[in-house]
Ligand binder design. Structure first.
Ligand code: HEM
Ligand SMILES: N[C@@H](CC(=O)c1ccccc1NC=O)C(=O)O
Length: 275
């Protein structure tokens, strides 16, 4: 048997930082605590934990993108937004693993989940808020958690990604209603005719407005991937629990189907009809 040291591999990590040290794998890999012996429960836990890790990165990228936009560095924001779309694509592919869990597998441990549900995911709510799908009522499940409530309030006190984009367009000389720019929104952005007219101008003369045109397509891309996530979620849920009520207390599939109608950047979709 060949000794790895013959290939020059370092083997003494008594006093050196190793792979596992750097990545805190001791902590990461000891954070799975199934409540039953059901083999699919580990799948369920890891699927959610990995989603939360990707959401953590997504929030960091959305933060950087917004700061770049506010500082008029659109090219940097494009890079971050493209990455957010790729992360969503990653989350979309992950559903294929969870879909291997049948209703028979899931019912062996579903009761043990109690009232817990993805509805209470802090990071998911922060992503929704950052993207502009703002509903302060969604903070209620976090009322018992001061840190979570503070994080959500801090997010609501910031302009959403779309507001940063509109402010950027305004600085580029486009006509954007002032009311949409200066106060961070606490409710979901409602379709606005003047904003749609602004995007129509961009799409009608892409050469004159290339940066905003690229921006618009980055946002449409992002929302396209997010819609696919919502669709994969609701389809997986129907496949696994049918039309049962959710553990979080909502109607389940019917609630999630309503969420499919959410439009993050409505004018960018509506403008297409007008082009
Ligand atoms: C078999 C797997 C799954 C089932 C049966 C399921 C079921 C549900 C149901 C019924 C809801 C509605 C809220 C409720 O009343 O509970 C919900 C919400 C939610 N789930 Fe899942 N889910 C599954 C997997 C996942 C995964 C892998 C994630 C990834 C993090 C996730 C994230 C969420 C989020 C963020 C919400 C809130 C959505 C919103 O408010 O728009 N779920 N889920
Ligand atoms: N709402 C799900 C339970 C569920 O999926 C879940 C439970 C605990 C932690 C994360 C979950 N995932 C998404 O909602 C259900 O009704 O079966």
């Amino acid at each position: 048997m060949r000794d790895p040291a013959d290939d020059g591999a370092e083997t003494d990590f008594a006093r050196r930082m190793s792979y596992g040290d750097y990545l805190s794998l001791g902590t990461l890999l000891s954070a799975q605590h199934p409540l039953t012996d059901a083999p699919d429960e580990l799948l369920f836990i890891i699927q959610h934990q990995t989603s939360e890790l990707w959401m953590k990165l997504m929030l960091s990228e959305l933060d950087t993108a917004r700061r770049a936009l506010a500082d008029d560095r659109p090219d940097e924001a494009f890079k971050m937004l493209a990455r957010v779309s790729r992360i969503m694509e990653q989350l979309n592919s992950a559903w294929d693993v969870l879909r291997t869990m049948t209703p028979s597998d899931y019912t062996t441990f579903r009761d043990r989940l109690g009232q817990s549900s993805g509805f209470q995911s802090l990071q998911y709510r922060l992503v929704e808020y950052a993207l502009g799908n703002r509903n302060a009522g969604m903070m209620k499940p976090h009322a018992h958690d001061a840190d979570a409530t503070r994080a959500l309030e801090t997010e609501l006190a910031r302009p959403s990604l779309y507001q940063e984009v509109l402010a950027f367009a305004d600085r580029r000389g486009m006509a954007v209603p002032a009311a949409l720019l200066h106060t961070p929104a606490r409710t979901a952005h409602a379709p606005d005719a003047a904003v749609q007219a602004m995007w129509a101008e961009v799409y009608r003369d892409t050469r004159a407005h290339w940066t905003l045109y690229e921006m618009a397509e980055k946002l449409v891309d992002l929302e396209d991937y997010f819609r696919r996530w919502r669709f994969n979620h609701v389809t997986t849920v129907e496949r696994v629990i049918g039309f049962k009520r959710g553990t979080g207390g909502t109607a389940g599939v019917d609630y999630l189907k309503r969420m499919l109608a959410v439009e993050l950047f409505p004018e960018l979709w509506h403008v297409r009809t007008a082009l």
